[in-house]
Design a protein around this ligand. Structure first.
Ligand SMILES: [Zn+2]
Length: 253
């Protein structure tokens, strides 16, 4: 199989929060699409609502993040459960946290979709024709459960054509850094390996799933949250000590 095209999110210089954006998507598709970075080594930009960090500091970082995107009136997030549930949202003001979902989709301009991460892969889906977007949190469980297919189904149910969709599998752990049991690899559709442990490239699996769904174009991030631990949060590379970064996707009004 062809390797997916690799694209590196670019660090925004002079931005009020640590922020890495998918190059050209803002101009080409009229979206904000990217992920927060680690930020200051001594005071990481931890956005984890369930992190061990003091909640007041976490909420202040969320406020700074909201202020950095003044074009957007609302943000939606959910408590993530490594499943394949994708919520459809109409545009709504303010900050709303839903229960038990790993994906969000909208055609509403001015609404930012958010998922939190530390090694799991954020999948960005844009329909530039119908102007709709989906943002999915895809660790191995979500990848195996088919959250990408669920996100695409949510968009096509509302009028998108799969061939118009652009998919980017963003900053997450790379295959070299992600050692898993054989059952995890086979759950993700990889051929049965000879023996444990297996190195699983989630983004390669996601790219293959995207092609099987007939999407128009697929890219994968060349960043690895563990290799590039100085720039991003990594659950594995930190021995579980890191907080969470946040991916955002929204249609610019
Ligand atoms: Zn790596």
């Amino acid at each position: 199989m062809d390797d997916p095209v690799r694209v590196a999110e670019r660090r925004a210089v002079g931005f009020p929060v640590p922020w890495f954006e998918i190059p050209d998507w803002r101009d080409r598709y009229g979206v904000v699409a990217g992920v927060t970075g680690r930020g200051d080594a001594d005071d990481p930009f931890d956005l984890g609502l369930a992190s061990a960090a003091p909640i007041g500091a976490v909420l202040n970082r969320w406020r700074a993040l909201h202020r950095a995107f003044p074009q957007f009136q609302g943000t939606v997030l959910a408590r993530q459960v490594h499943g394949a549930t994708v919520l459809w949202h109409e545009a709504r003001p303010g900050w709303t946290i839903f229960e038990g979902a790993d994906g969000h989709a909208t055609a509403g301009a001015s609404l930012l979709l958010a998922v939190s991460l530390a090694d799991c892969v954020p999948i960005f889906v844009v329909d530039p024709v119908r102007r709709a977007v989906a943002l999915l949190h895809s660790g191995w469980r979500g990848t195996a459960a088919g959250i990408l297919a669920a996100g695409i189904a949510e968009l096509t149910r509302r009028g998108s054509r799969a061939g118009d969709l652009i998919v980017h599998a963003g900053v997450g752990i790379c295959g070299a850094c992600y050692q898993v049991g054989a059952e995890v690899a086979t759950a993700c559709g990889e051929p049965p390996p000879g023996a444990d442990p297996v190195r699983l490239d989630l983004r390669r699996v996601i790219a293959r799933q995207a092609r099987a769904e007939g999407v128009g174009a697929v890219t994968v991030s060349s960043w690895c949250s563990a290799h590039d631990h100085g720039s991003f949060m990594s659950h594995r590379a930190s021995g579980g000590r890191d907080g969470r970064m946040v991916a955002l996707l929204g249609l610019i009004p």
